[in-house]
Write a protein that binds this ligand. Structure first.
Ligand SMILES: [Zn+2]
Length: 218
């Protein structure tokens, strides 16, 4: 089960939102389709509620594709309800607890041996990409500051390495991302918008890997 689904359920319970169906995505721009109503979409600061399927299907702010897309994010919609300071504090705890739980599951799953040569080569490319991109996330544009002059980012392989995807370990298959977007991409929750990832000198993304990712979102 995707971590965002568990977070959505906790939010519904803890804040008594009484949704029959609820989705959470911190950026507020991509969701699965709501099927039961009242239905609620949540981002990292608030939520919007659709009382009926008609409200949902006729909203001019929503694009109903394979996935629901909200171009300006749900915070740009009339009727968006901002969480209170107290709710934001609780939401933060829900998200952090869920991330910790997921990390423990991943730690168990990822203990497999890797070839030393490939690890060394990979770490050079990873450092290069983070430097070229100035640790700025290619998905959400954020730059995570971890010290007075230091920033943190991660590198995501668009077409994953290893079975069954067998993506290549080359820079045109890499994205510089923040940890939140990295997890979201790993879970195949969002499509990558090829137009917005921005090719720069020294780091050109190959569209075939983006298409592969977008064909595998679940
Ligand atoms: Zn990001």
């Amino acid at each position: 089960m995707a971590t965002t689904r568990r977070i959505a359920r906790r939010i519904n319970e803890v804040f008594n939102l009484n949704a029959n169906h609820i989705y959470y995505f911190y950026l507020g721009n991509w969701y699965h389709h709501l099927r039961d109503f009242p239905g609620i979409l949540v981002d990292s600061n608030g939520y919007v509620c659709f009382n009926t399927i008609n409200d949902y299907e006729t909203s001019p702010y929503l694009q109903h594709g394979v996935r629901l897309h909200v171009r300006g994010g749900i915070s740009s919609m009339p009727g968006y309800i901002q969480f209170t300071e107290e709710q934001l504090y609780i939401l933060n705890q829900i998200v952090v607890n869920d991330v910790i739980a997921q990390e423990q599951i991943n730690d168990q799953a990822e203990r497999r041996p890797r070839n030393i040569d490939s690890i060394v080569r990979n770490s050079v490319l990873v450092r290069e990409i983070k430097e070229l991109r100035d640790n700025t996330c290619q998905i959400c544009g954020s730059r995570l500051q971890i010290g007075p002059n230091s920033f943190y980012s991660e590198v995501h392989h668009i077409r994953p390495l290893g079975n069954p995807h067998n993506g290549p370990d080359i820079t045109s298959n890499m994205l510089c991302v923040c940890p939140n977007c990295h997890k979201t991409l790993d879970y195949g929750f969002v499509e990558i918008d090829f137009e917005s990832i921005q090719n720069i000198a020294g780091h050109i993304i190959d569209a075939q890997y983006v298409e592969y990712h977008n064909g595998n979102v679940d």
